[in-house]
Design a binder for this molecule. Sequence first.
Ligand SMILES: [Zn+2]
Length: 305
Amino acid sequence: MSDDLTFDKTFELEPGRAEEILPGVRRIVADNPGPFTFKGTLTYVLGRHKVAIVDPGPDDPNHIKAVLDAVRGETVTHIFVTHTHRDHSPATPAIKAATGATVYAEGPHRPSRPLNAGEAPRMEASNDLEFRPDHALADGDVVSGDGWALEAVTTPGHTANHVAFALKDSNLMFSGDHVMGWSTTIVAPPDGAMSDYMSSLNKLGARKETIYLPGHGGPIREAPRFVAGLILHRKAREASILHRLSKGATDIATIVRAVYIGLDPRLTNAAGFSVLAHMEDLVARGAVATDGAPSINGVYRLAGS
Ligand SMILES: [Zn+2]
């Protein structure tokens, strides 16, 4: 059933060069490729002459210069930030200082739930804890510029403050890291939460936008179908976890080895936290039991067994 889901690993754009990907939308890729960022983080420029920037990107002088070069002779009126991971938001102060643009986002970084006793804030290094928007967006807020309007679509799950932006009167959505075409999204507690992530997928699945422009990798076409595939993929993963538990597995490391066949070894840790995210969701729903709060080293069993 998850066979419907095919990832698109094609991406042709060298760092620093601005490319018009769709009419009125340019993109620039930062030079930060890696197992979590694919070919690099994408910064988008929306409009002409008076423009908006979506996701300024990492705090990299070369990337900041490339973005400012791309909008030379134009006025940047707005900056939108999808979420506060360090590859998306830290270039915001420099670009705001250079352009005077107003910054819009859902809010500062925060975890999806309070830390459990003895739990370390493991994603600290990936989080931009300095970030503050000028304007905090609520779900459904519409911000208009010169020839465009963006609707905030709150999509918690990857982070608590993740927001996608739908371009009004078009079929376009800036989907950030919530939906990407090259890979599934990292959902790692306490930064992320699986129940939020699934609700956010269901929310996007009910919308009409057909083309998504993600934070990493190429555009997603037939987006509603892709989102439906992502939902099935997570449900299949959940079924695999329950199956492993029914076969006697009790810990996350064993389940990762059984379920993630052919995994890039650099992603083993992230896969463990992804299984933990499922465990939190399954425990909350009463399908799985553990002693105390679900944790990465916890012992798990099917509820009622
Ligand atoms: Zn992210």
